[in-house]
Design a protein around this ligand. Structure first.
Ligand code: COA
Length: 259
C-alpha cells in the first residue's frame, strides 16, 4: 500500500502507524496529503488485520503545523466553505467515526488543522517538546476542521475560547493539565508509549471497541449542528479583508495589520 506524503508501517501485529511525511513544510496539510490520509484511513478501516492505528508526523519539529496556507490564500468565500466541508467529510469525521481506535502521537507542533487532526483522533499522547494551538484568528480565519466544536468538548468552553481568541500556543504540560492530551513523555519514548497503550486495547474485543467509539460520539451530537455553523463561518472569513491581510502576512513572513 502506498499513499502520497504518508509513510505506513506495521510496528506490531494488528497495529498500523501512519506518519505524515512533508517535514520541509512542517507536515502542513495540503490537499494531496488530506486525500491520501483519507484513503489510508478508509483502507485501514476495512482491513481486519489492523485493530489500532497510531498517527504521527515525520521529522524532528512537527506533528502538523496546520492546513497549507499557501494553497488557500487566494480562495473565495465559496471555495473556503467547500474546503472546510470536504475536509470534514473526507478526513476529520472519518477519523472521529472510524470503527477502530486511532491514537495521535503529537511529536512537535500541532497547530490549526494539525491540532484539529489530533483532536479528531480518539485520544492523544504528546512528547515534552510538543506545542499546541489554534492560531487561525491571526490569519483572519477560524478553525475549519472541527476545532470550534472538538476543543471545547475536550477542555471546556472557557479554556477553548481563550486558546482560539488569543491564538496562543500551549506547552505539552499545559495540554496535559487541560486534558487535551492523556500523557506527556520524552520524545524518544512517544511511539513506544503509544504502542504500550495499543497493546492494552488489543487485549480487548475489537467489536466492543468499535461500539464504544460509536456510543461516545453519539453523545456529542446536538440539535444545533455546530460543525455546520463552523463550515459556514469559516467560508465567510474568506470574503474579508482581514483574511487577505492575515494570509499574505504569513506568506510574506511579517506581522499582520488588522485595521
Ligand atoms: N502552511 C504552509 N506552509 C507552512 C505552514 C502552514 N501551515 N507551516 C509551516 N509552513 C512552512 C513555512 O512556510 C516554511 O516554508 P519555507 O521553508 O518554504 O519558507 C516551512 O514550513 C518551515 O516553517 P518556518 O515558519 O520557517 O518554521 P519556524 O520554526 O520558524 O516556525 C511555526 C514554526 C510552526 C511557528 C510556523 O511555521 C507557523 O507559524 N506556521 C503556521 C501555523 C499556522 O498558522 N497554522 C494554522 C494554519 S490554518
Amino acid at each position: 500500500m502506498e499513499f502520497e506524503n504518508i509513510l505506513i508501517s506495521y510496528p506490531q501485529k494488528y497495529i498500523a502507524q501512519l506518519e505524515i511525511n512533508r517535514p520541509s513544510k512542517l507536515n502542513a496539510l495540503n490537499q494531496v496529503t488530506i486525500a491520501s490520509l483519507s484513503q489510508a484511513f478508509h483502507t485501514l478501516e476495512k482491513d481486519d488485520t489492523i485493530r489500532v492505528i497510531v498517527l504521527t508526523g515525520a521529522g524532528e519539529k512537527a506533528f502538523v503545523a496546520g492546513a497549507d496556507i499557501s494553497e488557500f490564500a487566494q480562495y473565495t468565500k465559496e471555495e473556503g466553505t467547500a474546503l472546510s466541508r470536504k475536509g470534514h467529510a473526507s478526513l476529520f469525521d472519518t477519523i472521529a467515526n472510524l470503527n477502530k481506535p486511532v491514537i495521535a502521537a503529537i511529536n512537535g507542533f500541532a497547530l490549526g488543522g494539525g491540532l484539529e487532526l489530533a483532536m479528531a483522533c480518539h485520544f492523544r499522547l504528546a512528547s515534552e517538546n510538543a506545542k499546541m494551538g489554534l492560531p487561525e484568528v491571526s490569519l483572519g480565519l477560524i478553525p475549519g476542521y472541527g476545532g470550534t466544536q472538538r476543543l471545547p468538548q475536550l477542555i471546556g468552553k472557557g479554556r477553548a475560547m481563550e486558546m482560539m481568541l488569543t491564538g496562543a500556543m500551549i506547552t505539552a504540560d499545559k495540554a496535559l493539565s487541560f486534558g487535551l492530551v492523556n500523557h506527556v513523555v520524552a520524545k524518544e519514548e512517544l511511539l513506544t508509549n503509544c504502542l504500550k497503550i495499543a497493546e492494552k486495547i488489543l487485549a480487548n474485543s475489537p467489536k466492543a471497541a468499535s461500539q464504544i467509539i460509536r456510543a461516545v460520539n453519539a453523545g456529542y451530537q446536538t440539535k444545533t449542528d455546530g460543525f455546520e455553523i463552523e463550515i459556514q463561518s469559516f467560508g465567510d472569513c474568506f470574503g474579508t479583508e482581514d483574511f487577505k491581510e492575515g494570509t499574505q502576512a504569513f506568506l510574506q513572513k511579517r506581522k499582520p495589520n488588522f485595521s
